[in-house]
Design a protein around this ligand. Structure first.
Ligand code: SF4
Length: 154
């Protein structure tokens, strides 16, 4: 198994670095090789253009899934992997059915629902065990704004 870190949706860059560091730690501790994709946030912004004001779980998120799944599919095909899947399905905020629908046409996509069998709770336990940082918002600047606490005095 190979881990593929492809998260051009994450903003700002220091948050991206923080999450990448967790992936490196996990790879080290589990012995899985880690491949780090190029960070192409401007490219990602162009892909979701026009959907900036969409709420989380809306149409921008579907495009975002598509962007990241395409990157994984291209990498898997270029490098002769038998299949690929995504950890996106672990999130209780993301519909596994939507992710499967977007992944299916990409070829060799494995529809694994990591939410099943209490997967999310288990991921929280494991991140504590490995002392991993847990993100406070989904990833992009639009989700960050939506979850930011109101400024003092406003
Ligand atoms: S809220 Fe999350 S899933 Fe939706 S576009 Fe932003 S980073 Fe992607």
């Amino acid at each position: 198994m190979t881990l593929f870190f492809s998260n051009s949706n994450i903003h700002p860059h220091d948050e991206y670095e923080k999450r990448l560091l967790q992936a490196r730690t996990l790879a080290e501790r589990t012995g899985c090789p880690l491949v780090e994709d190029t960070y192409a946030h401007q490219d990602w912004l162009a892909f979701v253009a026009g959907l900036e004001a969409e709420p989380e779980k809306g149409r921008r998120c579907l495009k975002c899934f598509e962007y990241n799944l395409r990157r994984a599919a291209e990498f898997a095909h270029r490098n002769g992997f038998d299949g690929f899947t995504t950890t996106l399905t672990i999130s209780p905020h993301k519909s596994s059915a939507d992710i499967f629908r977007i992944g299916a046409p990409l070829g060799d996509f494995l529809a694994v629902d990591f939410k099943k069998r209490d997967g999310f709770r288990r991921s929280v336990e494991l991140s504590r065990q490995y002392d991993l940082y847990r993100q406070g918002y989904c990833g992009c600047e639009f989700s960050r704004r939506a979850t930011a606490p109101p400024e003092a005095g406003k």
